[in-house]
Design a protein around this ligand. Structure first.
Ligand SMILES: NC(=O)C1=CN([C@@H]2O[C@H](COP(=O)(O)OP(=O)(O)OC[C@H]3O[C@@H](n4cnc5c(N)ncnc54)[C@H](O)[C@@H]3O)[C@@H](O)[C@H]2O)C=CC1
Ligand SMILES: O=C([O-])CC(=O)C(=O)O
Length: 348
């Protein structure tokens, strides 16, 4: 069973009279653009709360929830919320094409999560194949969509996606994103707690990749600036940000990894993408994208989002000696993870 399907195109406009919760608001005399967002892995630990948060986003007119099973229930549940998006649930591979058709953004939290003692790379064996087959379908059914990759190991799954899209002739480097927003969310929270400033005022860029030491928070560029952080404080904040995922995996003791904070982070990033698509100026987020700011082909840094996805990849800015060392240390691991993804995509 599946809920009613609403097909949409970004070009189409329809009047909207609702008051918006986030982002730019439209008066009853303006039109609110239609946008379709698909979540692949929507019945999972991240997928369900992410579906909830996306249902609350007024920029979305159509929300497509896909998983290998259990999406009709999730879709029926979320669809009763009295917000704009029309919700449809799709279960099983035979419904994947319909789930993706016409999507402007595809968010991918499909795949297995870590258990204590595992690294993100330990997930490669299972998740690489899942991501490859989902990206093959994206290339076929919605080749112009922005792809927000959540599935781990992000340092390898993003290069896998890029290779799949290249082979299909649909690759556009402006439209492929590894979601590293949770690293930024954590860095902001930990910094605000240490410096004792309101967290809403805090910004901290996080660059590199999304695993262990490849996560490099740039506390020297944190805003508001703090003059009373010692070198040891910065080391401790850096380590806690790098180990944030493991902190949750251990606390959940075998029941998975971050889901609620990740759903929040995924919703923040998707909202930024939607605002960019809708022409809202100066939307800047950190993301793991194709990049030439270092000698690595993919790298996370601040990017400006616009009508076609990435409009500008920002450089790293001035780094402290400690951050410069961190940058050099992360490169071999990040390079190996990228190469592993590229090799997998081209071998299988
Ligand atoms: N980028 C980031 O910052 C973060 C990434 N993650 C990653 O997100 C992924 C998902 O985590 P959870 O939601 O906690 O896992 P989960 O196991 O609760 O949910 C995963 C969902 O994916 C579905 N799935 C499996 N194969 C699929 C396929 N071929 N097509 C569609 N759906 C499929 C499963 O049925 C399940 O519902 C993991 O790889 C995890 O490591 C988790 C937290 C943060
Ligand atoms: O740690 C994990 O396995 C999940 C993840 O990527 C995170 O929470 O940052």
């Amino acid at each position: 069973m599946k809920a009613a399907v609403l097909r949409s195109s970004r070009a189409a406009l329809r009047p909207c009279t609702c008051r918006h919760l986030v982002g730019r608001s439209y008066s009853s005399t303006e039109s609110s653009p239609e946008s379709k967002v698909a979540i692949l892995g929507a019945a999972g630990g991240i997928g369900q709360p992410l579906a909830l948060l996306m249902k609350l986003n007024p920029l979305i007119s159509s929300l497509s929830l896909y998983d290998i099973a259990n999406t009709p229930g999730v879709a029926a549940d979320v669809s009763h919320i009295n917000s704009r998006a029309q919700v449809a649930g799709y279960a099983g591979e035979e419904q994947l094409g319909e789930a993706l058709d016409g999507s402007d953004i595809v968010i991918i939290p499909a795949g297995v999560p870590r258990k204590p003692g595992m690294t993100r790379d330990d997930l490669f064996k299972i998740n690489a194949g899942i991501v490859k087959s989902l990206c093959t379908a994206i290339a076929k059914y919605c080749p112009n969509a922005l792809v927000n990759m959540i599935s781990n190991p992000v340092n390898s799954t993003v290069p896998i996606a890029a290779e799949v899209f290249k082979k299909a002739g649909t690759f556009d480097e402006r439209k492929l994103f590894g979601v590293t927003t949770l690293d930024v969310v954590r860095a902001k929270t930990f910094y605000a707690g240490k410096v004792k400033v309101p967290v809403a005022e805090v910004n901290v860029p996080v660059v590199g990749g999304h695993a262990g030491i490849t996560i490099l928070p740039l506390f020297s560029q944190a805003a508001p600036k703090s003059s009373n952080l010692s070198d040891d404080d910065i080391k401790a904040l850096t380590k806690r940000t790098q180990d944030g995922g493991t902190e949750v995996v251990e606390a959940k003791a075998g029941k998975g990894s971050a889901t609620l904070s990740m759903a929040y982070a995924g919703a923040v990033f998707a909202d930024a993408c939607l605002k960019g698509l809708n022409g809202v100026p100066d939307i800047v987020e950190c993301s793991f994208v194709q990049s030439s700011i270092t000698d690595l082909p993919f790298f996370a840094s601040k990017v400006r989002l616009g009508k076609n996805g990435v409009e500008e990849v920002f450089g790293l800015g001035p780094l402290s000696d400690y951050e410069q060392q961190g940058l050099e240390s992360l490169k071999p691991e990040l390079k190996a993870s990228i190469e592993k993804g590229v090799e997998f995509a081209n071998q299988n």
